[in-house]
Design a protein around this ligand. Structure first.
Ligand code: APR
Ligand code: ZN
Ligand code: ZN
Length: 376
């Protein structure tokens, strides 16, 4: 491409400081160095985790930063040594990389990679420099992929080639929200046919959990949310019952115990709050119940709970991106999407131009959207 090897000037939504709205600016994007890939982002979803960054409660994020991690695009150019993608390929940037070499990547039971932010910062490229500048200032990357930029640079092991037929404005959701929830049910909890599930939080992640529980053959799926406007979509996607904790004076775990006898087989927390995390734990069967934490608590949060809840036998698990080894699995999920094995499009409630990125966040905070997709 004519732009290969050159700095590209393009639009990006920049977060200059915590607690401030994003500002759509012209930024300069340097060419990819060795083992790096520059991608033209076509579409990107807005995920709650981006809102955590804007609020300043995402662990270790540094300002100014270009957030965004639910994108899909086309490779514009590649650095020296890159072999898995070429210019013109459709790709999904991976917020959880897969280096293929660390002890977790080599472990078939793990999808964590030691190149990711819980172990090592991804605020700059691996060589500790940034590819972004704006108004003469260095701008940080976010999880290496910063999909709120029209062009963005990432290491090769943080990008996956997908089928050319994939609609980028739809499959961008397969970069985070959908696989997180869907995989929490089928990979992490391994929901069994005929089982009973409870899903706390019916946003993009929780609704994807509902879809995963249904695909796994659960016979009862109880959605829990304080916003009753979420119930219609949850039922459309497979929830058999929906309950609003605000409709009860007793704690919601007691309500779920009464509804199910001994508690649910699997409970999922897809909100990101300490109270709902312990309520989800207390809602599952005291001995055989499995509770999966899919929501991300604000950094620094602490949870206190009655240890008897675990002593009786319950299992409490976390999930990162639904347990998928991202580089191996995301292309397969895209193929499954194209084969209509699931319909993640139902999560998209709004499509907005990048210039309206702040409106997208307002819709999310007001509980009026499930997923907004931004287009460049
Ligand atoms: N009890 C029940 N439901 C609640 C409560 C509560 N106390 N507080 C909020 N909710 C509901 C909201 O009404 C909303 O429907 O939880 C849902 C959260 O959905 P979104 O805000 O759309 O978030 P989502 O993108 O689904 O992400 C959920 O997963 O990946 C993480 O960072 C993400 O922690 C976040 C979580
Ligand atoms: Zn996300
Ligand atoms: Zn790795």
């Amino acid at each position: 491409m004519a732009t290969a090897g050159k700095v590209i000037r393009c639009r990006a939504a920049v977060a200059w400081a915590a607690g401030k709205p994003l500002s759509v600016e012209e930024v300069e994007v340097a060419p990819p160095k060795a083992q790096e890939v520059r991608v033209k982002i076509v579409a990107t979803g807005i995920c709650c985790t981006d809102d955590h960054v804007l609020g300043g409660y995402f662990p270790n994020a540094e300002f100014p930063v270009i957030p965004g991690h639910e994108g899909a695009g086309i490779v514009e150019s590649i650095g020296e040594g890159v072999t898995s993608v070429k210019p013109g390929d459709k790709v999904i940037p991976l917020c959880l990389p897969q280096c293929g070499q660390c002890c977790f990547c080599l472990n078939p039971d793990s999808n964590y990679c030691m190149k990711s932010h819980l172990y090592e910062s991804q605020n700059l490229m691996p060589d500790k420099t940034s590819r972004f500048t704006c108004k003469g200032k260095r701008i940080h990357h976010f999880l290496w992929i910063s999909t709120f930029a029209e062009y963005t640079v990432m290491p090769e092991y943080a990008v996956a080639k997908i089928e050319a037929a994939a609609p980028l404005d739809k499959v961008c959701l397969l970069a985070c929200g959908f696989p997180t929830g869907y995989g929490a049910a089928i990979n992490t909890a391994k929901v069994k046919p005929g089982s009973t599930c409870a899903v706390f939080g019916l946003g993009g992640v929780g609704l994807s959990v509902v879809m995963g529980c249904k695909a796994a053959g659960a016979s009862r799926i109880i959605g829990v949310d304080i916003n009753k406007d979420k119930f219609a979509k949850a039922k459309e996607l497979g929830a058999t019952d929906c309950v609003n904790p605000k409709d009860f004076t007793k704690p919601i775990h007691e309500v779920l115990m009464e509804m199910t006898g001994l508690g649910v087989d699997y409970s999922f927390e897809a909100i990101g709050l300490a109270d709902t995390l312990t309520a989800a734990l207390a809602s599952c069967n005291m001995n055989t119940g499995v509770c999966v934490m899919a929501g991300e608590l604000a950094s620094g949060s602490m949870v206190s709970f009655d240890p008897l809840l675990l002593l009786s036998g319950r299992t409490w698990r976390g999930t990162l991106l639904g347990g998928w080894k991202m580089r191996d699995s995301i292309p397969k999920l895209v193929s499954s999407y194209l084969e209509k094995k699931f319909n993640s499009d139902l999560l998209i409630t709004h499509t907005l131009p990048i210039a309206e990125v702040n409106k997208g966040f307002e819709l999310l905070r007001a509980g009026k959207s499930i997923r907004s997709v931004l287009l460049f």
